[in-house]
Design a protein around this ligand. Structure first.
Ligand SMILES: [Zn+2]
Length: 262
């Protein structure tokens, strides 16, 4: 049997945490069977760095375009204009709009602006026929309400680093979304294992959110894509299926969502 092929649907490989060993980090990921690494954008400052990674590993790294909610400030319309221009530019190819969403953990100053930026970018995703990658922090309920209220036809994507309960997971899946599962599922106190247990494997995608949120036993260290099999192993254990099954199903769905785009 061939080795399992894994996917990291969310890694910030272009951040400075990888400046010392980015090549090695990608080599380790490939050796671990992680064949696809999807790169969510943050804001106008990260685009060049992200594109550098994509040019270096075009078969492995797939970029997204979007404005992260924690980068939504007074000038957010300018930032959204940049996002719009890149999405329209035929010299670039983006596999999704992300990461976008609502973050009420760090700062609520721009809550209204965050909502507006989120809605504008959901419109862009629909216009370009692209999936979206949604970031929520202390905002699962409000984010779900915004999306259910829009009642968009054909909008698809993933709730990155899903942090809701089982009922919220069911609502996310109902509106056409996957649940992004990362290192948090290996943390003893997280409620994520209960969500993974309750939801079909077909609704889950694997992600690291590297360099953040490393799985056990790397807590407190830098996260990287080569740790994806640890997350997959935890999901396999919770669901009582094989590691190969988790790899196959999650990679199939990630490739369908971001690369094949029905
Ligand atoms: Zn992220």
């Amino acid at each position: 049997m061939s080795n399992p092929v894994f996917t990291d649907t969310h890694a910030h490989l272009y951040l400075e945490e990888f400046d010392a060993d980015r090549d090695q980090a990608v080599s380790r990921a490939l050796e671990a069977g992680v064949k696809y690494i999807f790169l969510p954008n943050i804001d106008s400052k990260s685009i060049g760095l992200m594109q550098d990674a994509v040019c270096r590993w075009p078969q492995v790294c797939f970029p997204m375009m979007g404005l992260h909610p924690t980068s939504v400030k007074a000038n957010f319309i300018e930032e959204i204009t940049t996002v719009k221009q890149y999405l329209a530019d035929k010299n670039y190819h983006f596999c999704g709009v992300g990461e976008i969403g609502i973050d009420l953990y760090w700062d609520r100053t721009y809550e209204k602006e965050q909502e507006e930026a989120f809605n504008l970018q959901l419109d862009l995703a629909l216009g370009h026929g692209l999936p979206v990658v949604i970031h929520t922090r202390n905002s699962m309920e409000v984010t779900l309400e915004i999306m259910e209220g829009r009642n968009d036809k054909g909008l698809r994507g993933v709730f990155h680093c899903f942090s809701g309960d089982v009922a919220q997971a069911e609502r996310a899946v109902k509106i056409g979304f996957y649940l992004g599962i990362g290192g948090v599922v290996t943390y003893k106190k997280s409620g994520l294992a209960a969500v993974v247990a309750a939801m079909p494997t077909e609704t889950l995608l694997l992600e690291t959110d590297a360099p953040f949120l490393p799985p056990v036993p790397y807590r407190g260290k830098r996260n990287e894509s080569s740790y994806i099999p640890l997350i997959a192993a935890k999901i396999a254990e919770i669901k009582g299926v094989s590691l190969e099954e988790v790899a196959r199903v999650t990679t199939d769905h990630a490739v369908k969502l971001f690369i094949e785009k029905p």
